[in-house]
Design a protein around this ligand. Structure first.
Ligand code: URA
Length: 217
């Protein structure tokens, strides 16, 4: 087997094992209350990795990232941008759903910094194995996990920032932020979000004949 295919196969196996390991992770208390972990999904050598905050109710039940209301918005954006979701590696900074119960409803709660920190080992592991050329941080939790410092998303949105490993990170709002806001402003918010995301189209446009640029060591 050529060395490249061998590396790809072992990265695929390692990624699957890592996903399974997140399920029993108790580095923070979130795993205890969630249905299951939600690990990343997508090609093992995707050029672009998209990182959200944490799974929501639907994701927790289905065990897949971005399949609920925020995921539907994300899918719409991907379609409008002419990207293909199956070419992206989609994951979250935190792998278990954090919620509080209101009656029978499970309401999303933003993960604490210590919970995001505890989960960083998994996100870093995914980055090491997938070796994306660039990443998109959807929201402040993802931006902080990827960049290792707090980021003012509204000031930094639509710009490439650099990680300690040299990889570029495009920061923008989390799709659920678009679901808030007054109805009249939602269309402008949607257009601005698409403009932010479109900055990452260059990750696809700059490659020729399907070759990936040399990944940083
Ligand atoms: N929000 C996220 O950040 N990630 C998901 O997977 C779903 C909703």
């Amino acid at each position: 087997m050529p060395a490249h295919s061998h590396r790809l196969k072992s990265a695929t196996v390692a990624l699957r094992a890592m996903g399974e390991a997140t399920n029993t992770c108790r580095a923070c208390p979130l795993g205890e209350r969630a249905t299951q972990s939600v690990f990343g999904e997508g090609p093992v050598r995707a050029h672009l990795m998209v990182v959200g905050e944490q799974p929501g109710d639907r994701e927790d039940l289905q065990g897949r990232p971005f399949v609920g209301p925020a995921g539907r918005l994300f899918d719409r954006a991907v379609a409008e941008l002419g990207w293909a979701r199956e070419k992206l590696y989609v994951t979250n900074a935190v792998k278990h759903f954090k919620y509080e119960l209101r009656g029978k409803r499970r309401i999303h709660k933003t993960p604490a910094q210590r919970e995001a920190d505890a989960c960083l080992q998994w996100l870093d592991g995914e980055i090491d194995l997938v070796r994306p050329d660039a990443l998109i941080a959807l929201g402040a939790v993802a931006a902080r996990s990827l960049l290792g410092r707090p980021v003012a998303v509204r000031g930094a949105r639509g710009q490439w920032l650099e990680r300690a490993d040299g990889r570029r990170v495009l920061v923008t709002l989390h799709p659920s932020a678009l679901l808030r806001g007054a109805r009249a402003q939602r269309e402008a918010a949607w257009t601005a979000w698409l403009e932010d995301l479109a900055v990452a189209s260059e990750v696809f446009a700059t490659r020729t004949h399907g070759k990936r640029a040399a990944a940083p060591a």
